[in-house]
Structure formats: structure tokens, C-alpha cells
Ligand binder design. Sequence first.
Ligand SMILES: Nc1ncnc2c1ncn2[C@@H]1O[C@H](COP(=O)(O)OP(=O)(O)OP(=O)(O)O)[C@@H](O)[C@H]1O
Ligand SMILES: [Mg+2]
Length: 147
Amino acid sequence: MKLRIETKSNLETVKLGRVLGEEILKNGSGNFLIALNGDLGSGKTTFIKGLGRGLGIKNKITSPTFLMVRRYSILKNKKYKNFYHVDAYRIKTKRDLEVTGIEAALSGQNNIIAVEWADLIKKHLKNKTLSIYIKHKNENKRIFLIS
Ligand SMILES: Nc1ncnc2c1ncn2[C@@H]1O[C@H](COP(=O)(O)OP(=O)(O)OP(=O)(O)O)[C@@H](O)[C@H]1O
Ligand SMILES: [Mg+2]
């Protein structure tokens, strides 16, 4: 199935992410991997901020560009305990995946993982649950293609 959703502001994008996060906690099962792609400034991090909110994470979600990954604890959910926010922009080697713990997160059973610039490491993301491409239409308009 393919979905096409338009947002007209960063807040609408945050809300879209939040709705998905709530839905995953209710109905998701197994590792839930979301691969995000889209140009610089298209809204990947903005969407993931909303996702984190939907997962009930109170900590501020900031871009993990230099760290490559940040882990957040999911409280008050029976299935999911960890949310990983990955930025693949600087991931170069398989060793990067190992030392950062990304590989372990990907091979777990009950993690929620959102990856920015996912296509850069796509051969490691074969078991993705959702693929989201964000098209930058104009200053405030974005098209989300979800499959
Ligand atoms: N509809 C919209 N959805 C998301 N962001 C929007 C929208 N309209 C405007 N913006 C703005 O676009 C910017 C998106 O930045 P964001 O950091 O989320 O992008 P990104 O895809 O993560 O970029 P990068 O590739 O650098 O990681 C923010 O400044 C946000 O306020
Ligand atoms: Mg970003």
C-alpha cells in the first residue's frame, strides 16, 4: 500500500509523526524499522520529533548527526522499551554500525528505529517496516510518500 500525505507546516509534520508513534505502540509488533529519505531540510528530524512524542518520550529529541544514533527509553509500554533515532549521513563502514550499537538495535526484537538518510545504508535495512520519502514542495509544504 502507498500513502500520500501532504503537510503544510512543521507542526502538521510533528502531528503526523505523533499519530504514527501512537499507532505503533497500539498495534505494532516485532522490531519496527522506519526508513526515512528526503533532501536536506525536508523534515526528517521534524517528523521524528513527533514520532518520539507519540511514543511518549518526554526528552527533547535532537538530531544525532555526529553521534549517528541516540537511544530513548519508552516508558509505560509492554512491548516496546527502546526508541533509536539514527542519522546515517556519516555512517561509512560496517564497523560504524557495530560500535554505535545500531546493528544490535536492528537485530533486536522489540525496538522502534527511525533512520534518516536510510538509503545510504539500505543494504543493512532490508527488514524495514515502513519507508517514508519526504518531498520538499515549497517553504512550508511537504509531501510524505509512505509505503
Ligand atoms: N511542512 C513541513 N514539515 C516539516 N518541516 C517543515 C515544514 N515546513 C517547514 N518546515 C521547516 O523545515 C525544516 C525541516 O528541518 P529538519 O531538520 O526536520 O529536516 P531534515 O530532513 O531532518 O534535514 P537534514 O537532512 O539536515 O537532517 C525545519 O526548519 C522546519 O521548521
Ligand atoms: Mg535531520
